[in-house]
Design a protein around this ligand. Structure first.
Ligand SMILES: Cc1cc2nc3c(=O)[nH]c(=O)nc-3n(C[C@H](O)[C@H](O)[C@H](O)COP(=O)(O)OP(=O)(O)OC[C@H]3O[C@@H](n4cnc5c(N)ncnc54)[C@H](O)[C@@H]3O)c2cc1C
Ligand code: FES
Length: 255
């Protein structure tokens, strides 16, 4: 079975979930058939040589679709935000290694920061009411996908940097009074490190989705190096090929 391929995919749906945050559903049955939560796609952007990586937010094998939620950061994502239903976009997908979800009867804690929340949605599905999402956003305006997690039965706890919604402070503070057997996290590195620490203190596994700037997306350019711990000391792995999801114990967190 092919691991990934390129395809011109029709855009079926587009919405702006919050200012500058877009929700895109594309028809790509081949990729949807083999995609797993936590994997990503490389989007071809008209006029740009390098593709842009965006995580898979939802997979529908029945409809042959993948859903992506992304934020405008620069020119590439701005151009992607201009795509409309009826147009096509070329995707290289599915890429990377996703979340190893394991036994869905465990109590799972999902920890997401900002645009790190979307990749957790598909992963939360098998856990349903046994999952808690602790999500951090800059402000009320940026809070997205809360209802999507709630409709799975998940308990959702939100923190905002400015206190305009939910708990005023860091998402890390929300983890203390939650019972969990496994952690899945995606977001800024300090947040991932805090999630890894919370899991280590409880002696439970933690899987983190890492981000680095990418070029090829398939392990050929060595552009997305991440420092990992090995039996013979630290070494460099690649976020695109060896990740983006890593067992938190294998990541070298110190700079
Ligand atoms: C595996 C992976 C999955 C991702 N999933 C998502 C997602 O689901 N939703 C989403 O909104 N974004 C996601 N990103 C980040 C997204 O790829 C970048 O925001 C995008 O490539 C920026 O392209 P640009 O041309 O708009 O901006 P550029 O002009 O290239 O850069 C603008 C800004 O974005 C930052 N940036 C650029 N590339 C990355 C990158 N790879 N990671 C982090 N910051 C970057 C730059 O440092 C700069 O501040 C993901 C990144 C990776 C590596
Ligand atoms: S982006 Fe080329 S090796 Fe990862």
């Amino acid at each position: 079975m092919k691991r990934y391929d390129t395809a011109d995919c029709a855009v079926l749906k587009k919405a702006e979930l919050a200012p500058g945050i877009f929700d895109l559903t594309v028809f790509c049955p081949e990729a949807a058939r083999i995609a797993r939560p936590g994997q990503f796609a490389q989007f071809q952007v008209p006029g740009k040589t390098l593709r842009r990586p965006i995580s898979i937010c939802e997979i529908s094998r029945e409809d042959g679709t993948l859903r992506f939620v992304f934020q405008i950061r620069g020119d590439g994502t701005r151009l992607l935000s201009l795509l409309n239903p009826g147009e096509t976009v070329n995707l290289l997908a599915p890429l990377g290694n996703g979340f190893d979800l394991g036994d869905p009867s465990r109590r799972a804690l999902f920890v997401g920061g900002g645009i790190g929340v979307p990749p957790l949605l598909e992963a939360a599905k098998p856990f349903g009411a046994r999952a808690v999402l602790a999500a951090g956003f800059r402000s009320r305006n940026a809070v997205t996908l809360r209802e999507d997690f709630e409709s799975l039965g998940c308990q959702v706890r939100v923190a905002t940097d400015d206190g305009s919604f939910g708990y005023h402070g860091l998402v890390a503070d929300l983890m203390d009074d939650i019972e969990f057997d496994v952690v899945f996290a995606c977001g800024p590195k300090p947040m991932l490190r805090a999630a890894a620490g919370a899991a280590a203190r409880r002696g439970v596994p933690c899987y983190v989705s890492m981000e680095e700037r990418m070029a090829c997306g398939i392990g050929a350019c060595l552009g997305c190096a991440v420092r990992l711990r090995g039996g013979n000391g630290p070494y460099y792995g690649h976020v695109c090929k060896d990740g983006p999801v890593f067992d938190a114990r294998t990541v070298v967190w110190e700079e």
